[in-house]
Design a protein around this ligand. Structure first.
Ligand code: MIC
Ligand code: SF4
Length: 644
């Protein structure tokens, strides 16, 4: 039977297990990436594993998230990452070199290879035909050490693109349409594979916009074929030799097919506060705009920024709009500086930010009270911009730039001729901001600042798991709720005790205090609990607060893996109605938890307060159940090495 692209790459990298949908397999990882907000923790964990050098083909440590440096904390983390990278054989992408996913696409991604990144938007690499997966830092640390990456064999959903985009309609509109159709839970357990005639009219950066935001579908990853367009892109990046062709077999099969006719798409926006709350720009209407932010790993390529500069050329940004632009990489910034596009944007009144995540992760540019902010980013969760009352709309660079001039949300088709930008035949290649590791790491001194605190490690599972229902939250709780990130908190990503004071604060500010008072307990959640970021802080911080289990209607993939890695039970209601039977403060008990976990997929939870028992399920591989019983992946790994 023929294979699709996802199956081909998985098969070629298979280490253990059978590729039967829903069953656990493990794969070899060729490349890893980390960024600074998850990287510090990932490298502390890599150090704890105790290997001298990484065993991957290429591992890169990026600095792109925490670049405000309002105090010493970020700079200290950066110095730690630079020194630890050099010691252990990891390339170091200096602050200013760009956003990890953009730079990885330009300079390091290779079609057909696997990439594991400690960031949920790692699937950006799928635009090049990589199988690029986001994971928690500990999984990336294990992969750097040569360990396999474990995942559930995904379903493969084909998105067949027919036709061609009309002027002013962008790659962003394609992924917004996919999100509208599939929703933020629609990709869970799936790889989204793009195919069809429409693929041929999309450049690699456009494909990468689409695979990037596949993260918002909850998908394991998204992937495009590697074709002549991929080859031309790699050639223009001076790395044609990295190209291999990658296409599905003629008789490949898929678990699901979604067809999108590109001719019918129009400019769209994801309305507050969810990336799948998608509507046509023309239907939303001409709402007044306070801020426009262009950039992020979704839409900051050379092509995106050139389109924006062409739209802005000779115009002036509306007096009531603050327009900020962050080119995605030093390569992009350098090229637009040389060809005059940067000058056109500055002349129009754009505020140019450094090549980094910036406002996307709330590092500055929080909009004003009750603001309408248009962003070319990928997430518009409530409060993520740094302003709780702000309404963020996710749009294409074209919609963003035109609206920055008019001052109202504008369908760019009203704006005259669309800019046409060709992919350059030669990008400006200068990797002088990537520092190679020391050839022999032994002599490198790893420097740790005072903000770097030890991370919590769980203990073996107790026979009886007891605790109060400490908080009850609704559906689609994001990791931005569980462990908020903003300019004030990001500097503390290596300081779990400090972060713990803010855990789930957007849902209930008293939660951390209550958790501490009660010596921990349970979190009760709705569907898709833990969607969004890969930050394992959303598991490590609850662990620090004594959380023993999360009982939810369903979980997002990366967060569930992070909970298991921390030894926290991710439990799913067998009957969703039982969610309504729990009140905050109820005493819950899982008696003989170890035996119950060993015995099967369904556990009984006793609600002591309500004198009721309800069932939860926990579908685990043998390996996952051993990890939970050992008290997390680090304990499990240590145990294995002691036995060896
Ligand atoms: C995000 O977009 O939320 C982040 C910040 O890039 C995260 C990583 C993190 O929390 O540090 C992600 O997407 O994984
Ligand atoms: Fe950075 Fe935003 Fe991309 Fe996350 S989504 S990696 S914060 S640019």
């Amino acid at each position: 039977m023929g294979l699709n692209i996802a199956q081909k790459i998985l098969k070629e990298h298979l280490v253990s297990g059978e590729m039967i949908q829903g069953k656990e397999i493990s794969i070899r990882i060729d490349q890893t990436l980390t960024q600074d907000s998850t990287g510090t923790m990932a490298y502390l964990q890599f150090e704890a594993i105790g290997l001298p050098r990484v065993k991957t083909k290429k591992s890169v440590a990026y600095i792109d998230h925490n670049t405000l440096q309002a105090g010493f904390e970020n700079a200290d983390d950066h110095r730690y990452i630079q020194t630890v990278a050099s010691k252990h054989g990891i390339y170091f992408s200096r602050p200013g070199n760009g956003i990890c996913h953009q730079v990885q696409l330009e300079r390091f991604g290779v079609p057909g290879m696997t990439l594991l990144g400690s960031d949920s938007h790692t699937p950006t690499g799928g635009g090049l035909g990589m199988l690029a997966i986001g994971a928690g830092g500990l999984d990336v640390a294990v992969a750097m050490g040569g360990g396999a990456y474990f995942l559930t064999t995904p379903k493969v959903c084909k998105v067949e693109l027919t036709g061609k985009l009309n002027p002013w309609v962008a790659a962003k509109d394609i992924i917004l349409e996919v999100l509208r159709v599939l929703t933020v839970k629609g990709g869970v357990g799936k790889v989204i594979e793009y195919a069809g005639e429409g693929v041929k009219s999309l450049s690699v950066p456009e494909r990468a916009t689409i695979t990037n935001m596949g993260a918002e579908l909850g998908a394991t990853t998204s992937v495009f074929p590697s074709d002549e367009i991929t080859k031309a892109f790699l050639k223009a990046q001076d790395r044609e030799s990295d190209w291999v062709a990658l296409a599905p077999d003629a008789d490949a099969t898929y678990d699901e097919v979604v067809t999108i006719d590109l001719n019918t798409l129009v400019p769209m926006a994801a309305q507050p506060h969810s990336p799948d709350n998608v509507a046509k720009v023309s239907d939303i209407g001409k709402i007044k705009v306070n801020q426009v932010a262009i950039g992020s790993c979704t839409n900051s390529s050379y092509l995106d920024i050139m389109k924006v500069s062409k739209i802005l050329k000779g115009k002036t940004v509306h007096p009531d709009v603050s327009l900020v632009i962050a080119p995605g990489s030093k390569q992009v910034l350098n090229m637009i500086a040389e060809n005059g596009a940067l000058a056109d944007m500055v002349a129009a009144g754009a505020r140019i930010l450094e090549s980094a995540c910036g406002p996307c992760i709330g590092m500055g540019q929080a909009p004003c009270t009750d603001a309408i902010s248009l962003r070319t980013f990928n997430r518009n969760f409530e409060g993520r911009s740094g302003t709780v009352s702000a309404s963020v709309y996710l749009v294409s660079p074209e919609v963003a730039a035109v609206s920055a001039i008019t001052g109202v949300l504008t369908d760019p088709r009203e704006f005259g001729d669309a800019p046409v930008i060709e992919t350059p035949t030669a990008f400006m290649v200068n990797d002088n901001m990537v520092v190679a590791p020391a050839p022999e790491g032994n002599d490198v001194q790893v420097v740790r600042g005072p903000n770097i605190k030890p991370f919590p490690v769980n203990t073996e599972m107790q026979e009886n798991v007891n605790g109060k229902a400490l908080i009850i939250v609704g559906d689609n709780i994001t990791t931005d709720h569980i462990m908020p990130s903003n300019a004030k908190l990001l500097p503390y990503r290596s300081n779990i005790p400090y972060l713990a004071e803010y855990c789930l604060a957007p849902c209930d500010e008293m939660f951390p205090a209550r958790a501490k008072q009660n010596g921990g307990g349970f979190i009760i959640g709705g569907t898709n609990y833990g969607q969004g970021s890969s930050r394992e802080h959303a598991a490590l911080v609850p662990l620090y607060l004594g959380i023993k289990g999360v009982i939810a209607k369903s979980f997002a993939r990366i967060h569930m893996a992070n909970l298991i890695n921390s030894g926290i039970l991710p439990l799913t209601f067998v009957n969703e109605a039982d969610y309504d039977g729990i009140d905050e403060g109820d005493d819950l008990a899982i008696e003989q938890a170890i035996d119950q976990i060993k015995a099967g997929d369904v556990l009984k939870v006793n609600n002591i307060t309500k004198h009721k028992t309800f069932e939860v399920s926990i579908v685990l591989s043998d390996r996952q159940s051993d990890i939970l019983l050992a008290g997390g992946l680090l304990n499990y790994t240590k145990k294995l090495s002691e036995q060896a």
